[in-house]
Design a binder for this molecule. Structure first.
Ligand SMILES: [Zn+2]
Length: 337
């Protein structure tokens, strides 16, 4: 793990950091980019005033907090942050107060959703949903959705920022925590493989998890169980290309972000619409992919990607990061006009 300088300007430095960072949702550069775009788009508004008052820092710096909190582990009855010095983007949270905040959040959001033995702890489940790539709309009740998936998690964070209690099972105890989470989840809901999942049988054929009886063994966990060489498909989608990043925001990117149309209607419906939008935007992620039979010992499949896939991926990623930054700004403007 690297402890390279924060926000190093040199691309070489950034590459070093990136190569050494484990995949947890968009990589930190991706989340920082989303936060940085939103910081720019709310500059000079009442929402910027409220955001600064609550966070004491930028959205860019705060957008990685929910991934940093994954460095909290449970030993016996005790929760403690065990990743000090391992991730440069988490350094700002590694004070004694900051570590206690992360441990406290994870303790409250550990088993409150009653996770099954093969499922992630609750706070980790808040980062994604796993709707089949065969669907064109997000809806509760579909395989891979839950009342504590990313769509519900965004709604919960928004509720707290609107002065309402967090709906069960979420346990969010302050506006600061809610805003940190919101800044992160807006990024994740735009990462195609945090919303869309392909379900595969043992022969590597796509199956429909919403038809007939759902077979849990067909889940690929957001592409984490699909390998392209030694990297998972999920990792490859988390990893952000260099033409758009927090250190390299330019007027073209901000101009594209300003042109993303705001959703109409009640803010409470926006997360569902965004998930549906990502389902549609993610279609190229699964187009013309072929899979090996399952390696049942390790529960994974090997993928063969079509020609030009990495270019397609980079262009979808760029568009999704820009949408995420724009929509983070839009929802903050809606909460604090
Ligand atoms: Zn995440």
């Amino acid at each position: 793990m690297s402890s390279a300088p924060i926000y190093a300007d040199a691309v070489a430095g950034l590459l070093l950091v990136c190569a050494a960072t484990a995949a947890l949702a968009w990589d930190p550069i991706g989340h920082e980019t989303v936060g940085a775009i939103a910081d720019q788009l709310i500059a000079g508004t009442n929402s910027e005033t409220q955001v600064r008052k609550i966070l004491g820092t930028s959205l860019r710096a705060s957008a990685v907090w929910a991934d940093c909190a994954k460095g909290v582990e449970k030993k016996g009855a005790r929760f403690s942050y065990t990743a000090t010095g391992k991730r440069r983007e988490c350094q700002a949270f590694e004070t004694s107060v900051g570590k206690a905040e992360m441990a406290n959040f994870v303790r409250r959001n550990w088993d409150n959703c009653a996770p099954l033995p093969d499922e992630d702890r609750c706070h980790k489940q808040y980062h994604y949903t796993d709707v089949s790539n065969l669907r064109n709309h997000y809806a509760k009740g579909l395989a891979g959705t839950s009342n504590h998936d990313i769509v519900s998690a965004i709604s919960a964070a928004v509720a707290v920022l609107q002065g309402k209690p967090a709906p069960a099972p979420f346990r969010i105890n302050s506006e600061k925590e809610a805003l940190r989470l919101l800044a992160h989840y807006l990024g994740d809901i735009h990462q195609p493989l945090h919303v869309v999942a392909i379900y595969l049988d043992r022969d590597g054929n796509t199956v429909d998890p919403d038809a007939g009886t759902f077979d849990r063994s067909t889940a690929t966990r957001g592409g984490n169980e699909i390998l392209d060489g030694s990297d998972s498909l999920h990792f490859e989608w988390d990893h952000v290309s260099w033409d758009v990043s927090a250190d390299r925001l330019n007027e073209e990117i901000l101009s594209d972000a300003r042109q993303i149309a705001a959703a109409h209607g009640s803010v409470s419906n926006w997360p569902t619409r965004w998930a549906t939008d990502t389902l549609l935007a993610a279609k190229p992620a699964f187009k013309d992919l072929t899979f090996s039979p399952e390696d049942t010992e390790h529960h994974h499949w090997l993928v063969t990607l079509p020609d030009g896939y990495s270019d397609t991926r980079a262009s979808v990623q760029r568009r999704q990061l820009i949408k995420a930054g724009a929509r983070l700004a839009q929802i903050l403007r809606a909460i604090w006009p």
